[in-house]
Each structure stands twice: as C-alpha cells, then as structure tokens.
Design a protein around this ligand. Sequence first.
Ligand code: MRU
Length: 355
Amino acid sequence: MAQHEVIRSVVLDDARNALILLDQTLLPNEKKFLTLTEPEEIHEAIYELRVRGAPAIGIAAAYGVYLGTKASKAATAEELYEEFKRVKALLASARPTAVNLFWALDRMDARFQREMAAGKSPAEIKAALREEAEAIWAEDEQVCRSIGEYALSLLEPGMGLLTHCNAGTIATARYGTALAPIYLGQERGYNFRVYADETRPLLQGARLTTWELMEAGVDVTLICDNMASIVMKEGKVQAVLVGCDRVAANGDTANKIGTSGVAVLAKHYGIPFYVCAPLSTIDLKCRTGDDIHIELRPAEEVTTKWYEKPMAPPGVKVYNPAFDVTDHSLITAIVTEKGIARPPYTESLARMFEQ
Ligand code: MRU
C-alpha cells in the first residue's frame, strides 16, 4: 500500500471538537468525509454503518466518548464522570455484536477511573481521555500490521484468496485484519488473486473491499455470495481469509452474515479457513458462540436498500441477522497480533492473552 494514498476512515479533529468520518455508506460512488461533533451523531453513524468494521467502531466510540466528555462544563471529576457515563451508555447502545465497541469504551472508562482516583482535575482527565483514544487508534495500526505478517506466513505467492465482507483498511486504523496480509503481499510482489464476496444485504464486499483493493492495485474479482462454491470447485481459491466481530473462548467466531456458509464450503473443498482477530475482538467472557448477541437489522436492508424499486412484495416477512457464528471446528487457525492460534482454541486463545 506504500505507493498508494493511505485512507484514514476515522480521524480526530481536536481543534474543531469533531470526529471526521469517511461515510462508508456512500462508497464507492462518493468519497465524502463527515464532520461530527455530537455523541448522538456518532451513535447514528455507527448504527447506520457510516463507520463500520469492529476495530473502526471501537476507535470511533473512543473518540466519541472523549469528545462528549470534553464538551462538558462539569466542575468536578465526579460530575464529569456522570457525563462520561451518559455518553458511554449512548455509544454502547449503537450496535451489539462487535465486542471492540465495548472493549474500547471500557478501556476509556478504566482510564477515567484511574485519573479520578489519582485526584486529577476535569481538564487533566479530558487530556488523559484524548491520549487514551489516540493510543487505541495508534495501537490498532500496529496490531493490524502484525496480524498481516503472521497471516502472510500462511500464504504462498500467486494464491487465490477468498474474503467475505470488508475487513480492510477502512474497517480499522490501517491495513485491516483479513486484508492486511494482502496489502503486505502486494508490497512484496506476491501477486495474490482475490475473490471478494459481494456480502448481501449491505454489500460491504462489492462496495468496499473491491474499492479499497483496486485503489491499492490488487487483482480483485467480485463474485455474488452464491458463487463461492463454484470458484472453490474450479480450484481458484487456495485460502479463505475473514475478519470477525467477536470470538468466543472456544474459537466460535461471529462475523458478517454468510461467513459460516463460506466456512462450510471451505471445509468441503479442503481449503484452509483463516480468521484474523485482534485480541480486542476475542471475548473470553463468551464461553461459546451461543453467548454472542447477534444484531438483527431492519427489513428494508433486504427488500429495498440499494434498489430503485422494492425487490420483494410489500409487507413480506424478513429475517435479517447481521452476523452468524462460524463453528470453531470449521476454522483452520485464528491469526492474532500475538501469533497464530490453532485448535484446541480454548487453550491456544487463552495463551495469546498470557503473552
Ligand atoms: O456490519 P459490519 O460491516 O460492521 O460488519 C463488519 C464485519 O463483519 C467485519 O468482517 C469485521 O468487523 C472485521 S473488520 C476488521
């Protein structure tokens, strides 16, 4: 990606008390940046997927809780904390599945409490919150690069790779998770051929993954979700790489709806299925995938969104889960910034946190 423009989807503009967000709902037709100043606007942007992807949601929430607290006129740390908690609760309610949202808000909360316990003033606490949010952003770039290096070690030049949804640069601080090895491979002449599932119903694969990979000069081919089987059968795919929104302690993984079907197909065709997961996405408090809250989204996303005319009869019953859980038995390896976890995941994932 070195010779291409680095796209930052989430940027703090502290001088203007604003969060600058790339509106991902408008891509690939329009590259528009939003200037958001109110926590309610940031909540709306997360809910509507203007900012999306687990790490990017966490970063936006961290900046959002900082900006919301910064705007407070509270005279004491305790009063400021009441305001912080209000903004935190608002942002936490935006989406339920990606654990990074809660991870980032809890990290901001812990920092607030440490500063308060140390007797810091409201101004000092605000400065500390800014520092923490910037650290979350900066660490994410390092984390993604490290995931990219480990994942690249599993791949060979010239491979065909299939990915689902968008786990790329715009879903993180930089590089992405599942797309990180593709960017690093691109820098090193690996000449990967990437197949991007369109990812119904919100088309993150068609609109976002193909867009950012083409911007970086990567060979990418768009396929409809129901074409994954044929490209695998035809021998075009040597590995599947996906991101994730929450990984349970046993390795069960929630990711964009359709991911588990791809994993079943990969198993059938004997293709390795790799999940790229920052530790901030691994939730050891969830024992299995059954403990993961799956977000349900509005029917219009399936019936009318992206279409000029409705593509289903008015009033049709619609079931629209935004994520599904891939059983750990279908996952060849989970690639983290600390290394590559292999089955049994209950042990290997726990070990990642001990490092
Ligand atoms: O609903 P979305 O677009 O936020 O879903 C995103 C995904 O499922 C990604 O694969 C996941 O968050 C990983 S992003 C590095």
